[in-house]
Design a protein around this ligand. Structure first.
Ligand SMILES: [Zn+2]
Length: 274
């Protein structure tokens, strides 16, 4: 994707170093108290060095990845503002929270276990940039547009929130058995993949797509398919437990959105078999 030198979004909230500073601050107070009690200055010096270690500066690679994510988010804002306008709606941007290791959200703790997610309670996407290497190494989905797809998918959930679909989903799910609820969740997730495809359609239209980008997104969509993940982790596939759809479903809904470029074919809920 052509992103270098382009402006990013104002809606990135970077928490990657503030967590370390908070720990360092608390640690320093404890150490000062300890030094006052014991009179051991080495404890204070070692403690200071330790608290510096909690707040390591970001590497050039981490900063570049953050810049990339910010441009992708800005492109989602441009595209969704336009698409919403074409339907007579108003787009309100989501916040993208960058964090390292763990952070709190209005939907609970974000961590490596949760992976990237969208929280409608605070209209924020939570992303630990370590997921870029998880995609590349564990999911074998390399390339910048693989990561762009992940962000666009989460923004897709925000689009579902703004259009009332997410609330309808939560309401409907409460009445369902676990298996039925999973099937409904698959439809929600496939729609988010379609929305990521709609976004990519417009990115291509703006001239920012590079050769191979579309394939990178399709590879990533297939790599995070429930069947792919279940085969890798346990060697067998249990369709009733699917919550995101198969590799085939995920990549084809992304492609459908990419080909359509609008919301006219986005209904994954009322068709018989998505
Ligand atoms: Zn999702």
């Amino acid at each position: 994707m052509k992103w270098q030198g382009r402006s990013g979004s104002r809606n990135v909230s970077d928490r990657r170093t503030s967590g370390g500073m908070a720990v360092g601050g608390v640690g320093l107070v404890v150490l000062l108290a300890y030094t006052l009690i014991t009179g051991d200055p080495m404890a204070l010096i070692n403690g200071l060095l330790g608290s510096v270690g909690n707040n390591q500066p970001l590497t050039a690679e981490e900063q570049e990845l953050a810049d990339f994510v910010s441009v992708v988010l800005a492109d989602t804002e441009t595209v969704w503002t336009e698409v919403f306008e074409s339907y007579g709606w108003t787009y309100e941007p989501a916040t993208l929270v960058l964090y390292k290791n763990t952070t709190s959200s209005a939907c609970g703790t974000a961590s490596v276990q949760t992976g990237p997610f969208y929280c409608s309670e605070d209209q924020s996407i939570y992303l630990d940039l370590v997921f870029a290497s998880t995609l590349r190494n564990q999911f074998e989905a390399p390339g910048d547009f693989a990561m762009a797809y992940v962000i666009a998918h989460e923004v897709g959930h925000h689009v579902q929130y703004l259009t009332g679909i997410l609330d309808d989903y939560y309401e409907a799910r409460a009445q369902l058995s676990t298996t039925q609820a999973n099937a409904l969740t698959v439809r929600l997730e496939l729609q988010a993949d379609y929305l990521a495809g709609v976004w990519a359609h417009h990115v291509a239209g703006m001239g920012y797509l590079e050769p191979g980008d579309l394939e990178e997104a399709l590879t990533a969509a297939a790599a995070v398919g429930d069947d792919t993940i279940q085969m890798q982790s346990s060697g067998r596939v249990i369709p009733e437990t699917f919550t995101h759809g198969t590799a085939e479903q995920r990549s084809s809904w992304f492609l459908k959105g990419y080909n359509e470029g609008d919301l006219d074919q986005w209904d994954t809920f009322s068709i018989s078999n998505p």
